[in-house]
Design a binder for this molecule. Structure first.
Ligand SMILES: Cc1cc2nc3c(=O)[nH]c(=O)nc-3n(C[C@H](O)[C@H](O)[C@H](O)COP(=O)(O)O)c2cc1C
Length: 221
């Protein structure tokens, strides 16, 4: 038997499944087959009417740049039609709130409480606090809140309906539990978006959140 399967085009086995029709929602089947986890957080901003907005976000990565002069969040794909994109353009600021697993459901509620008039944080049973350094709300219950300044955006492919957004992390509020133990306890949650095995396609799947376990240690190199 081959040690590795090869996937370049979507297999027939995925036809008619979520792996195919979720293209209508902007998802590509390779995301489900390749299953690369991405960090999950709730982005909070103020809407133009002053109400707090909250957006679940997991297409993202983080990096140092500017010769070590700054730390940056790249939100890799933000819906241009959503409140987040709109409020980022207006306020140039957001907070990235990292949730422990027990807060996942409340954070998901913000999607159901997505009305423009709503305070999406309070309506979802969470507590909105003012950020310290930027004009944005943050979620008190989340174990880490990163205050960010909007820098730039770019379409991955010209004409796309989502944009990649770069934000500078200005500063953070971090609970002691996270500082002392990043594995197993209060750690960053990862989103695994609808994993699929094309060799054994199930009728129904689901999304997962997962956390880190330690695998290796290394020292400065
Ligand atoms: C786990 C999860 C991850 C998500 N990640 C993203 C994302 O990376 N980009 C995006 O545009 N929408 C993402 N969404 C969808 C938005 O959270 C959702 O459409 C939200 O209602 C938009 O809110 P807004 O209009 O207040 O910005 C995600 C949803 C879930 C449940």
């Amino acid at each position: 038997m081959e040690r590795k399967y090869q996937y370049k085009e979507m297999l027939e086995s995925m036809r008619g499944t979520y792996g195919e029709f979720s293209k209508n929602y902007g998802f590509n089947w390779k995301e489900f087959v390749m299953g690369i986890p991405t960090p999950l957080f709730l982005v909070t901003t103020y809407k133009s009417n002053g109400q707090p907005n909250a957006t679940m976000q997991s297409w993202a990565c983080f990096t140092s740049a500017n010769h070590g002069g700054g730390y940056y969040a790249i939100l890799s794909s933000v819906n241009k039609q959503g409140h987040l994109c709109q409020s980022l353009h207006e306020k140039k600021a957001a907070v990235l709130n990292f949730m422990s697993p027990d807060l996942y459901e409340a954070c998901m509620q913000t999607i159901r409480n997505n009305q423009f008039e709503a305070d999406e944080i309070t309506a979802s049973g969470l507590t909105a606090e003012k950020a310290s350094w930027v004009e944005a709300p943050m979620v008190a219950e989340c174990f880490m809140n990163l205050e960010c300044r909007y820098m730039w955006e770019k379409e991955i492919v010209p004409g796309d309906d989502h944009v990649m957004v770069c934000m500078e992390v200005i500063g953070g509020h971090i609970e002691r539990d996270y500082l002392e133990n990043r594995f197993g306890g209060k750690g960053v949650l990862y989103n695994i978006h609808y994993p699929m095995n094309p060799e054994n396609v199930k009728e129904k799947g689901c999304d997962y959140t997962a956390r880190l376990t330690e695998a290796n240690q290394s020292y400065e190199y």
